[in-house]
Structure formats: structure tokens, C-alpha cells
Design a protein around this ligand. Sequence first.
Ligand code: SAM
Length: 256
Amino acid sequence: RAKKHLGQHFLTDQNIARDIVDSLSLEGYKKVLEVGPGMGVLTKFLLEKDVETYVAEIDNESIDYLKKHYPKLEEQHFVGDFLKTDIPTVFGDEELAVIGNFPYNISSQILFKIIDNFQYVPEMSGMFQKEVAERTSGIPRTKEYGILSVLVQAYYDVEYLFTVHENVFNPPPKVKSGVIRMTRNLKPGLAGNEVLFKQIVKAGFGQRRKKMSNSLKVLGIPEAISSHRFLDIRAEELSVADFIDFTNEWKSSLGV
Ligand code: SAM
């Protein structure tokens, strides 16, 4: 029986499972980590590929099921709770792709964890609730565009691949789902200024309806950029590149 608190909704459509797995390029890395394999609907197709499959699953019943039905999955390739998995400790310097039909209750945490480990993760394909998939791929001046869009797109190019209907899950979730692919592409100018960048993005969208001059007050806007043109508009009007430029001007105005 599915466990609600673990976000368990098992995909029953084999074609959709195959499409998600096939969306990985499988280029430039040899390992794939699947988050939340459940009963292995994606795992089965991954195991047919020429990659080493690792699985992060916290539900013991699912783990027992996977061990029994997928003998190709090696014992030492089970890593447990994804949010508690320290990627470089488990995988060293080796790059790996991440894939999953993710547990929707921890979608943002999963995305933030991938960003924090972007140097190890060149690619990610997976399913989130549709709204999260849309926010991740959101563009300026839309209601979907926000913290998740800017932070993810600063590190990855994001493509919204397709929408998945509730009725291909057991039990069906309350909302539609969306599959996205993220391909690493660290945007120019971000390296070295990531901490300030994240603070500015989060504070900027903290008060969506207000101009940046207002929403960034909490950070203490440096005098030297207090009449910057971006301060006169709202966060949702700024592109990812604008946020990076602004961060860099902020930083250099501090003389550091
Ligand atoms: N991949 C399967 C499928 O498509 O049918 C299951 C998907 S289900 C939406 C999400 C899965 O994530 C469940 O199997 C659940 O036990 C697992 N899960 C929940 N929290 C997790 C965590 N922190 N780390 C790893 N797996 C987790």
C-alpha cells in the first residue's frame, strides 16, 4: 500500500517511464542516481542502459521489493534518503546524472540539493507536480517565474518536456505532473558570487509585488548602487543574467 507521507504515487504507464529514462543523454558520465525508485518502474529501463544505476529510497518495503525483483541492482548501490546523502562522499569526484519520479512533498529541497551539487551533476531528468515543473522552467513576467526559476536556471538550462495526467498513477495524485530535463550550464559571472546572488534572488521575490528597492531593503542596499535602474522595477521583470549582473555590481560596490 502506498505511503502518503513519503509522497508515494506509483507510475503505472510503461511508455511514460521509458520516455523519462530516454530523455537522459547518457553522455559524459557513467553513473545515474535514481531518487525514490519505489517499485522500480523507471529503474527497470535504467538497468537496460549502459550506466551504473544507484538508487536513493527511504521506504524499506520498496527497498526489499527492488532487491527481490531487480537482482541487477547491486547491494552497495542503495544509498538511502536522498536529502541526507552527501554526494561527494558517496560518489567521490565522479559525475552522475539524477533521475526520478520525485516525491512531491520535497520537490524544492531536491532541486536545491541538485543546485548545491551542480559540479557533480551534469544532467537531471524527472517528474514533479506540474506547478513545480512550470516554475522551474518559468520565464520573466509570468506568474510561474520566481525563486525556483532563477536559482535553477542560473546553473542549468531547463526544458519542460511533457505533462502527465493523474490517472496513470496508483494512487492518483490530486494534481497533474510535469517532466523536465535540466542540462548543466553555469551562467557567466556567477562563479564566486553565489551566496550574495541567492540572497538577492530570495529577498527580491520575497515581496513579489514590490519594487526591488523595497524588497531588498532587508539586505542593506549599498549606497553606491542605490539608484540602480533594477531597483526601480519588480523582481519578476529581471532575467537570470540581470540578477547576476546586479549581484556583481553590488559586490564590486562594496570594494571586495
Ligand atoms: N519511482 C516510482 C514510480 O515512478 O512509480 C515511485 C515514485 S513516488 C512519487 C516517490 C518515491 O520517493 C517513493 O517511493 C518514496 O518512498 C520515495 N521517497 C520519499 N522521500 C524520499 C527521500 N527523502 N529519499 C529517497 N526517496 C524518497
